[in-house]
Write a protein of this length. Structure first.
Length: 174
């Protein structure tokens, strides 16, 4: 692997390591539980438990034993509701954790893009300067290169993006 490729991989590893270091024990547990619940086997187990509960109650009633509960199984419904609430909270917690990593990646990508844009503008400036100063090359004015040699004005670009978003919002509100 080339040095610059290795450096890129190292930077990404550092990003993930930093994210992992900030992860609490509780968050790690939530991530593991959510991961386990997201597997097909969890669906089979949960469905199996609910089915066993229902069948067990019918068998108990049919054999004359005391059933835990009668149809419509309010205790099973309560347990399912609490379970669903817990799973929803686990999913939200895990998503929030993943969004923090995604936000870090997005900020890094934005930083690299803005830095790259400035570097490219500088390279264009230097190439244009070399073309003007080299007696072997015909001198001419390249308006597009002159424009591209200027770094972007990010504030005005954000303003234009805001204007477009406002126009789209007003169009959809009508």
């Amino acid at each position: 692997m080339a040095d610059h490729e290795e450096a890129t991989v190292d930077q990404l590893a550092k990003l993930y390591d930093r994210h992992d270091q900030r992860t609490t024990r509780v968050q790690r547990l939530a991530n593991r539980v959510t991961s386990a619940l997201g597997k097909p086997m969890a669906l089979v187990v949960i469905f199996g438990i609910a089915t066993a509960w229902i069948i067990g109650n019918y068998i108990a009633r049919a054999t004359g034993s005391t059933a835990l509960e009668e149809f419509p199984f309010p205790d099973l419904g309560f347990i399912a509701t609490i379970g669903a609430l817990l799973v929803a909270l686990l999913i939200l917690t895990t998503q929030r954790h993943e969004e923090e990593l995604a936000e870090s990646r997005a900020q890094l990508t934005l930083h690299i893009a803005m830095l790259s844009e400035r570097k490219i503008a500088k390279v264009i400036q230097l190439l244009e300067e070399q073309r003007r100063d080299n007696p072997m090359l015909p001198s001419r004015v390249d308006h597009e290169a002159a424009e591209m040699a200027q770094p972007s004005d990010h504030d005005s670009t954000l303003g234009m993006l805001d204007d477009v978003a406002d126009q789209r919002r007003s169009f959809t509100d009508e």
